[in-house]
Write a protein that binds this ligand. Structure first.
Ligand SMILES: C[S@@+](CC[C@H](N)C(=O)[O-])C[C@H]1O[C@@H](n2cnc3c(N)ncnc32)[C@H](O)[C@@H]1O
Length: 308
């Protein structure tokens, strides 16, 4: 299944609308303090309310870019912007955001969202936010080759959030991010670490790849002895380092995203079993992915780095 079929499927659209209000990245929940009491544990059993936790994830990513307070109008690339909500959020905080997405449909939705937000902000009389939003650009683009749209040394920062799973050639994508960054510019990649070794069987993950718009033979993987392909197991941060980035740091955010994932697994386990028995994976691949992914050795990371 192509990236386009995956994102236009009813299940994907419904899931994103229901849980993420259009955004499609995981929410962030604070870590438990070392002397947490029972109350704190119980609180983390519920992922609700989700919206503040989505913003907490975005604030976390923004802080990791370390560009706030360096003056307004810093140029930032959002690669794989989806509905553009995060680009809008960052733009309102004074960054000059350039957002791209592979799918024309997502670009149209993002532009509409910017228009709607502009309408709202006009009414508040916040001229700074209006100016910033007016400078927000959203266009079609493929992160594998940014040369048709962006020159080298353009950006102060580049970020992705849950967009790199679709990369067919991760080193090429990272090479492009390196090229468009100014010297000293920073990246932040918030992703499931699809590039670390995993305990899942080929069979379990193969349906997720097949129907989730993920290329199992993507570069950044290596051949198995049986002739199939598997991840070379070193993980995203190692590939970022290989690309030439310095100060590469990986933050393991798995515990911070677990509350929603655990809740979804509990809700979706029975539907998942039914989907498997009836062979309906193509229609309900997110249901399958949530459960299968949770059972394998997954990790959710924020990887940051700097162009030398
Ligand atoms: C899971 S969504 C995340 C969207 C957004 N970052 C967010 O957090 O809401 C992944 C997005 O990456 C986009 N994408 C996939 N492959 C891409 C590519 N080669 N270049 C640019 N965007 C791509 C998809 O179209 C989709 O909108």
């Amino acid at each position: 299944m192509s990236v386009e079929s995956y994102y236009t499927s009813l299940e994907t659209r419904l899931g994103n609308a229901l849980f993420f209000g259009g955004r499609s990245h995981l929410p962030y929940y604070p870590s438990l303090s070392p002397n947490a009491g029972l109350r704190e544990y119980i609180k983390l059993l519920s992922p609700f309310p989700i919206y503040p936790a989505l913003l907490a994830m975005e604030n976390h990513l923004l802080a990791s870019l370390k560009i706030q307070g360096q003056g307004q109008g810093r140029e930032v690339l959002d690669a794989g912007c989806g509905t553009g909500d995060m680009a809008i959020y960052f733009s309102k905080r004074g960054l000059k955001v350039h957002a791209i997405d592979l799918l024309p449909d997502k670009v149209t939705i993002s532009r509409k969202n910017v228009e709607m937000e502009l309408g709202r902000v006009y009414k508040t009389g916040n001229h700074g936010a209006v100016k910033s939003l007016e400078s927000l650009s959203i266009q079609e683009g493929d992160y594998h080759d940014l040369s048709p749209i962006f020159p080298e040394n353009k950006f102060d920062a580049v970020y992705t959030i849950e967009a790199l799973a679709h990369a067919t050639d991760l080193p090429a994508v990272l090479g492009e991010f390196y090229r468009v960054l100014k010297p000293g510019g920073r990246i932040a990649l918030y992703e499931y670490d699809h590039w670390m070794s995993s305990t899942s069987t080929e069979d379990e993950m193969s349906k997720v790849h097949q129907y989730g718009g993920i290329d199992p033979t993507a570069t950044g993987t290596s051949a198995t002895t049986t002739g199939g392909r598997e991840k070379d197991g070193r993980g995203l941060a190692a590939i970022v380092r290989d690309t030439g980035f310095t100060d590469v740091h990986e933050e393991d955010l798995s515990e911070n995203v677990r509350p929603l994932l655990r809740f979804l697994v509990v809700c979706l386990f029975v539907p998942y079993m039914i989907v498997r028995v009836l062979g309906l994976e193509a229609r309900f691949i997110n249901t399958v992915a949530v459960v299968v992914n949770y059972r394998r050795g997954w990790k959710y990371v924020g990887v940051t780095g700097r162009k030398a």
